[in-house]
Design a protein around this ligand. Structure first.
Ligand code: GRF
Length: 192
C-alpha cells in the first residue's frame, strides 16, 4: 500500500449493510493519532442498516445505494469515491459482492473483515459451520478483496477458542470482540 506522506491520513470509505459495530470501532480508531486512515464516507446498500446512525453521530457523509442493478450502484460509488478522493475501502459487514471491474478500478485497495479463520468457511454462517465441525478454534480474518469471495490475500488473523457448549451466538460475540481489535491492527499493518 502507499506510504503516508507527512501526517496526512488516507481518506477511507466504510461499506456496511447491518449493525455497524466494526464501522463504529473504525471511526473511533481513525480519530486516534496512530491511525493512518480518516473515515470520510459511509456507504450502505440498504437504508435499514442500523450502522448508518454513526454517520449522524460522527458527522460523516453517508450514501445509500440501491443494488438492484449492481452495475449502476457501482458506477455511482465510483463517482462518489472519486469526488471525495477516497483511497481505501473497508468492507465491514457489507452483504453485496463487488465486481471485478469495480475492484480493478479501485486498484485493489479494498479490504474486508470475515468472521472465520480463512480459508476455512468462506461465505455465510461461519459460526454454525465451525461448531458443527467440532473445530477447536475459530476466529476472524482481514484480507484484501478480490473477485473470488473471501479469497484475497490475508493481512491478519486472530484465533478464538471454541469452548464446550458454545453456540453460534456466543461464538459470534466472542469473535466480534476480536474483530474490533484486528481491523485497526490490520490497517496499521498495510500502511507499514
Ligand atoms: C462481522 O462479523 C463481520 O466479520 C462480518 O459481518 C459482521 C458485521 O458486524 N463480515 P458489524 O455490522 O460490524 O457489527
Amino acid at each position: 500500500m502507499q506510504k503516508l506522506i507527512g501526517s496526512k491520513k488516507v481518506k477511507t470509505a466504510v461499506f456496511i449493510s447491518g449493525t455497524g459495530s466494526n464501522l463504529k470501532n473504525l471511526i473511533k480508531f481513525s480519530k486516534t493519532k496512530k491511525s493512518p486512515i480518516l473515515i470520510d464516507l459511509i456507504i450502505s446498500n440498504t437504508n435499514k442498516a442500523k450502522g448508518l446512525i454513526y454517520a449522524d453521530i460522527f458527522n460523516i457523509k453517508k450514501k445509500i445505494l440501491n443494488f438492484k442493478s449492481n452495475k449502476n450502484a457501482e458506477e455511482k460509488i465510483l463517482l462518489i469515491t472519486k469526488k471525495n478522493k477516497i483511497n481505501l475501502i473497508c468492507l465491514a459487514g457489507f452483504m453485496k459482492i463487488l465486481s471485478q471491474n469495480f475492484i480493478n478500478k479501485f486498484n485493489g485497495k479494498i479490504i474486508n473483515i470475515h468472521p472465520s479463520l480463512l480459508p476455512k468457511y468462506k461465505g455465510l454462517n461461519t459460526h454454525e459451520k465451525a461448531i458443527k465441525n467440532k473445530d477447536k478454534f475459530s476466529g476472524c480474518t482481514v484480507h484484501f478483496v478480490t473477485k473470488k469471495l473471501d479469497s484475497g490475500k490475508i493481512i491478519m488473523q486472530k484465533k478464538v477458542k471454541i469452548t464446550k457448549n458454545e453456540n453460534p451466538n456466543s461464538l459470534a460475540k466472542k469473535i466480534l470482540k476480536q474483530e474490533h481489535r484486528l481491523y485497526p491492527a490490520a490497517i496499521i499493518k498495510i500502511f507499514n
